[in-house]
Design a protein around this ligand. Structure first.
Ligand SMILES: Nc1ncnc2c1ncn2[C@@H]1O[C@H](COP(=O)(O)OP(=O)(O)O)[C@@H](O)[C@H]1O
Ligand SMILES: [Mg+2]
Length: 400
C-alpha cells in the first residue's frame, strides 16, 4: 500500500529529500510556513503542500497540532520527518500526539536543547566544556568561583551561533543575565574553550553509525558569524590522528544521546591547549550552510537523498549508503556585495558545485589530493575577500 510521509520544514530547505522520498514511491506531504508559499519547492515531487501562518517562521503549535490532526482524518500518515533544526521538536510533538513511530519528545530534547545534550553527555562520561544552567544564582556563583572566564552565554534552542555572547568578566556576565530578564532560563553558560572546531556528519541505523565524515571549519563559526568572515570548511585527512579520534568519539556520542536512526551533524572542539576533544553540540538533521554539497563532493553521497532513502526504507536493516569515492572537498561561502556575483573566473577543474543565491558567493571543490584542496581553498578564500566579501551585523534572533 502507498505509504505517506509528512515533511515539516519551517524554512526553505530539503528539496532533495522531498524529491527522493517521491522517487522511493511514497506519497509526499509538506507542511511549511505560509511565508514560503512562493519558495522554490519541487512541486512535481510533492503531493500536497500545507501552510501554517507564521511570524518570521515561528508557528503556533496548538494550531499545528489541530491542523495536522485534521489532515490525519483523511491521510494515513506513516512517517513524520523534520527537515530543519527548528522543526525537530515540532515533529516530535506531532509524532507523540498522533502516536507515530520515530524520535519522540524526550530524545528530540537531547538533539535540540544545548543544556539537555550537555547534561546527558556529561552523565555518560563524554568530555564537555564546563557549564551551568541559568536557573539558580547560587549555582551560577559556585560555577564562576571554580571556572574562570571567558565564557559563552548561549541560547539553549538556537542555531548558527545566533544569540551567543562571549563574556570576559563576571560583571559583564551578570549584566547580560539581567538584560535577558525572563529569557535567562532559556540560556546556558559554559567555559569558552579556544580550539579548532570540527564537524562530523553521519548516517545512523539501529544506533550504528553507517557512514560518517570528519571536516574542520576554517575558523570557529562564532568568529565567522559575529565578526563577519568568509565561511570555509573542508574534509580532513583520512587516517589522521584527528580523524580517527573524532570518528571513534562520534560513534559513541550519537548512540549515548539516543539517536536510533537518521542523520546527524555533530560538532567537536579540539582545544588548542592540551589537544583534548570536547563534544560541542549535536543535531538530528543534515548540516546547514551547504555542508551537504561539501560531503557530496568528497564521497558522492548526498545526505538529503540518503536520509530520504533511509526514512522510506521498508526494512532499514537492508539500507546501505553507497560510497562512490573517498576524496577530499572544501566549501567556501561568503555574503557578496553583488546581487549576482560572477564566479566564472573560478574555473579550476576541481570545481564541483557553485551556489546560486542572490548576494551569496560560494563553491565546493573536490580532489583526490588533500593538499590540492588546501592550497585551492587558501587561494580562493583570499580571492573571495577581494571579489565578493561583505558582512552583515550578527543576528540576535533566528527566523529572519
Ligand atoms: N564552549 C565553547 N568554547 C569555544 N567556542 C564555543 C563554545 N561554544 C560555542 N562556541 C562557538 O560558537 C559557535 C556556535 O556554538 P554552538 O554551540 O555550535 O551553537 P550553534 O547551534 O549556534 O552552532 C561554535 O561553533 C564555536 O565557534
Ligand atoms: Mg554549532
Amino acid at each position: 500500500m502507498l505509504k505517506t510521509i509528512l515533511c515539516i520544514s519551517s524554512y526553505e530547505k530539503g528539496q532533495e529529500f522531498l524529491r527522493q522520498a517521491k522517487r522511493q514511491g511514497w506519497k509526499v506531504l509538506l507542511l511549511t510556513s505560509k511565508s514560503l508559499e512562493y519558495a522554490d519547492w519541487p512541486k512535481d515531487h510533492i503531493d500536497n503542500i500545507y501552510y501554517i501562518p507564521d511570524v518570521n517562521k515561528e508557528w503556533h503549535m496548538p494550531d499545528v497540532i489541530n491542523g495536522v490532526s485534521y489532515l490525519a482524518r483523511t491521510e494515513q500518515i506513516d512517517k513524520i520527518v523534520a527537515l530543519d533544526d527548528f522543526d525537530v521538536e515540532k515533529a516530535a510533538t506531532l509524532r507523540e500526539h498522533l502516536r507515530i513511530g520515530g524520535m519522540g519528545e524526550t530524545t528530540a530534547r537531547y538533539f535540540r536543547d544545548k543544556l539537555a545534550m550537555r547534561m546527558k553527555a556529561r552523565e555518560t562520561g563524554i568530555t564537555v566544556p564546563d557549564f551551568v544552567g541559568i536557573f539558580n544564582y547560587d549555582r551560577i556563583n559556585e560555577f564562576i568561583s571554580k571556572v574562570k572566564p571567558p565564557y559563552v552565554l548561549k541560547p539553549r534552542l538556537s542555531a548558527g551561533a545566533i544569540g551567543i555572547k562571549k563574556i570576559h568578566t563576571i560583571d559583564n556576565l551578570w549584566q547580560k543575565i539581567n538584560e535577558l530578564g525572563d529569557q535567562q532560563s532559556f540560556y546556558l553558560l559554559e567555559k569558552f574553550v579556544p580550539g579548532e572546531i570540527f564537524h562530523v556528519d553521519s548516517i545512523i541505523v539501529n544506533k550504528q553509525v553507517l557512514f560518517s565524515i570528519v571536516s574542520k571549519y576554517g575558523l570557529p563559526p562564532m568568529e565567522v558569524s559575529h565578526e563577519g568572515r568568509v565561511f570555509m570548511t573542508r574534509t580532513i585527512e583520512r587516517g589522521s590522528v584527528d580523524e580517527t579520534a573524532l570518528q571513534n568519539l562520534n560513534k559513541s556520542v550519537l548512540p549515548l544521546l539516543g539517536l536510533l536512526q537518521g542523520v546527524s551533524h555533530t560538532e567537536y572542539i579540539k582545544a588548542y591547549e592540551g589537544g583534548k576533544y570536547y563534544f560541542l553540540e549535536t543535531s538530528a538533521r543534515v548540516g546547514g550552510a551547504h555542508i551537504v554539497e561539501l560531503i557530496e563532493g568528497a564521497t558522492g553521497i548526498n545526505l538529503w537523498a540518503e536520509w530520504a532513502k533511509l526514512e522510506t526504507s521498508v526494512d532499514v536493516s537492508k539500507y546501505k549508503p553507497v560510497l562512490l569515492r573517498e576524496e577530499y572537498s572544501g566549501l567556501i561561502v561568503s555574503l557578496a556585495k553583488q546581487q549576482e556575483p560572477d564566479l566564472t573566473s573560478y574555473n579550476d577543474q576541481e570545481i564541483f558545485w557553485k551556489i546560486k543565491k542572490d548576494f551569496h558567493a560560494g563553491l565546493v571543490i573536490r580532489s583526490p589530493k588533500f593538499d590540492r584542496v588546501e592550497s585551492l581553498l587558501k587561494n580562493y578564500t583570499d580571492r573571495f575577500y577581494q571579489d565578493f566579501f561583505t558582512s552583515a551585523p550578527p543576528k540576535e534572533k533566528p527566523n529572519y
